[in-house]
Design a protein around this ligand. Structure first.
Ligand code: C5P
Length: 237
């Protein structure tokens, strides 16, 4: 696996999961000495529309706009056109073929990530639909398809990152949520669950990790960020 030339301050994407642009900006001011990439999701976007997005871009930060567009292809295409001109770096759409094709026609410089399978969707949901494959196989197939169609990458758990990176190559952009604090990527006692440390996720093939509460709710957010960045650096050696 080739190590990509991604600045350390952009490896962690901090999720601004707060209910107002004011609170989001406060969180950015507290962390921007160490970070340069922020995620705006549905909650914050509903509270302030492009207010925080435009403010972040004007401050020189990168923005992941995580609105997971899911509608008829024409509507998704027009929605992508709306966000393209705001300087957003990364946006999320659902990974159906027609949606991806439509979104790509308006993407410009924007990088598009396909949602493969929501983590709230479980094996029992698959069985209820009469499907026999595993969630992991479905994630892999949908990621492969998204990439073939021209998507830049996918959002995936750290556990799936390894298989996706090995199977789909370096070009794939992999963004991984479900990160918890902790250091030392070499700690073999780290058991396999859907959450993992930032370093472990990067070692498994993630390009970026999305982190929310572990940083936002910490008494000392900078200390948590610095520890995660050390962990990431170690994993890249
Ligand atoms: O758990 P934490 O607060 O770190 O979550 C950070 C972000 O990761 C949230 O904004 C959430 O929407 C996102 N997330 C995701 N997919 C998951 C789990 C979390 O996009 N499977």
């Amino acid at each position: 696996m080739a190590i990509k030339d991604i600045p350390l301050r952009e490896r962690i994407i901090l999720a601004l999961d707060v209910d107002s642009p004011e609170k989001a900006k406060e969180l950015v001011r507290r962390t921007e000495s160490h970070l340069g990439y922020y995620k705006v999701g549905l909650q914050l976007f509903m509270a302030g529309w492009f207010d925080t997005v435009d403010w972040l871009v004007a401050r020189g930060h990168k923005v992941m706009l995580d609105l997971k567009f899911f509608d008829i292809p024409e509507t998704v295409k027009l929605a992508v056109a709306q966000i393209r001109n705001h300087g957003v770096s990364l946006a999320t759409i659902h990974g159906n073929d027609a949606i991806i094709r439509a979104a790509l026609t308006e993407k410009g410089d924007l990088q598009l990530l396909a949602v493969t399978v929501l983590t709230s969707f479980g094996e029992e949901d698959l069985r209820a639909m009469g499907m026999t494959q595993s969630i992991e196989d479905l994630v892999y197939y949908r990621a492969k398809r998204a990439l073939e169609l021209g998507c830049d990458g996918v959002v995936s758990s750290g556990l799936e990152a390894g298989r996706l990176r090995d199977g789909l190559g370096d070009k794939l952009l992999l963004v991984t949520p479900g990160i918890r604090p902790g250091a030392n990527v070499m700690d073999e006692t780290d058991d396999q669950t859907r959450v993992m440390t930032a370093g472990r996720a990067i070692a498994n093939g993630a390009d970026h990790v999305v982190v929310g509460r572990p940083i936002a709710k910490a008494a000392d957010p900078i200390a948590v960020i610095a520890a995660m960045q050390r962990d990431i650096e170690l994993s890249l050696r």
